[in-house]
Design a protein around this ligand. Structure first.
Ligand code: APR
Length: 232
């Protein structure tokens, strides 16, 4: 096909070589913190300071992180591929943006965004958030990290599903395939006949659903894959 439409899903593995921890690898974030304490609305209600501290630490680390060749390759693809490219990330860091990617769809929210728990206003998050900060829109003391916690609805699902229905190629990069709805995107793409490819250090939970796998580090596999798409 002349200009295939491409949907890309990235996960924590693409940011691993930039020094940001993944969740489920050895010693990952979920080995250090209980999901129910730092990544659920109930955890935030129970101990907002613990949650605000958790995301402040991740925001500070992400602020220092530098994109790697995997992020750069995706920005190159978006710039040079004549067909549609939708970059969906489960990551909350801004390494895709730092690498030059336009229009990154953060389906699990973003560290650099703050959200009002009362009126749903969003604004750029300060490097350090505090419990009980006032919303700039409604003034309620309900500022929270703009992160989609377990039990909450990922962002822009209609837009993602529409893109998957029109996809000619679906690529999953650096994600373990443990968390839905993201882990189900490969099935939606395969259902409409898209070519599916996984680029991961270890086989994901859904590796069997992919037509093609390119095992290895994202900083190596992604530039190779992008070069194969762009023909150079
Ligand atoms: N290059 C490519 N893949 C890598 C690399 C690397 N350098 N390092 C690790 N990986 C792979 C691992 O093999 C693993 O399959 O990245 C994947 C990371 O998996 P997870 O830690 O589960 O992260 P992710 O899939 O992004 O988690 C999804 O779960 O906790 C929630 O909201 C959170 O967005 C997150 C979601």
């Amino acid at each position: 096909m002349a200009h295939p439409s491409i949907v890309i899903l990235t996960g924590a593995g693409i940011s691993a070589e930039s020094g940001l921890g993944t969740f489920r690898d050895e010693g990952g974030l979920w080995a250090q913190h209980r999901i129910e304490d730092v990544a659920t609305p109930e955890g935030f209600a129970r101990n907002p300071q613990l949650v605000v501290d958790f995301y402040n630490a991740r925001r500070a680390q992400a602020a220092e992180a530098v994109p790697n060749a995997g992020h750069a390759a995706l920005a190159r693809l978006q710039a040079e591929h004549p067909g549609d490219v939708l970059l969906v990330t489960q990551n909350v860091d801004d390494l895709h943006e730092k690498a030059g990617s336009p229009d990154v769809l953060h389906m699990h929210g973003a560290l650099n965004s703050a959200l009002c728990g009362a009126c749903e206003q969003r604004w750029p998050a300060p490097l350090e958030m505090h419990v009980g900060e006032a919303c700039p829109q409604c003034d309620a003391p309900t500022a929270r990290p703009d992160i989609v916690w377990f039990g909450e609805i990922p962002y822009q699902m209609e837009r993602i599903e529409q893109a998957l229905l029109n996809a000619d190629i679906f690529a999953a990069i650096g994600t373990s395939g443990n968390v839905y709805p993201a882990a189900g995107f490969v099935q939606m793409a395969a259902h409409v006949g898209a070519k599916t490819v996984e680029m991961n250090l270890d086989p994901s939970e859904t590796v069997a659903l992919f037509e093609e796998t390119r095992p290895g580090k994202a900083s190596e596999t992604v530039p190779e894959w992008v070069a194969s798409i762009l023909g150079s």
